[in-house]
Design a protein. Structure first.
Length: 104
């Protein structure tokens, strides 16, 4: 049964955006929304993780959790989902923290 998903991308190759737009709608640049089966969702996510390169991507989809959704991330500069007593919170990787702490 199809369910809604959202994929947010940053600095990914154009051909990946084209592949995602075959199954979803790009509502604003880099944000894809669609309603697909779990199998298609997993195949799309595999395509994202295979080609994200130095960019970043986040997938949000319905799941039987307290929050009602699950999160997956991919890419080199990414935020990492962390389980905190059954809730998914987002933590920044140490390289991102160093960038934020360094004076500009």
């Amino acid at each position: 049964m199809p369910s809604m998903l959202v994929i947010a991308t940053t600095a990914v190759p154009d051909h990946l955006r084209g592949a995602l737009s075959r199954w979803t709608s790009e509502v604003v640049p880099g944000i894809f929304v669609g309603s697909v089966s779990a199998r298609v969702r997993d195949q799309l996510w595999q395509a994202v993780t295979d080609t994200v390169g130095n960019g970043a991507a986040v997938l949000v989809y319905p799941a039987p959790t307290e929050q009602g959704y699950a999160i997956r991330t991919a890419g080199t500069c990414r935020r990492v989902p962390a389980d905190f007593d059954g809730l998914t919170l987002i933590r920044m990787t140490s390289s991102k923290l160093k960038e934020m702490q360094s004076p500009s």
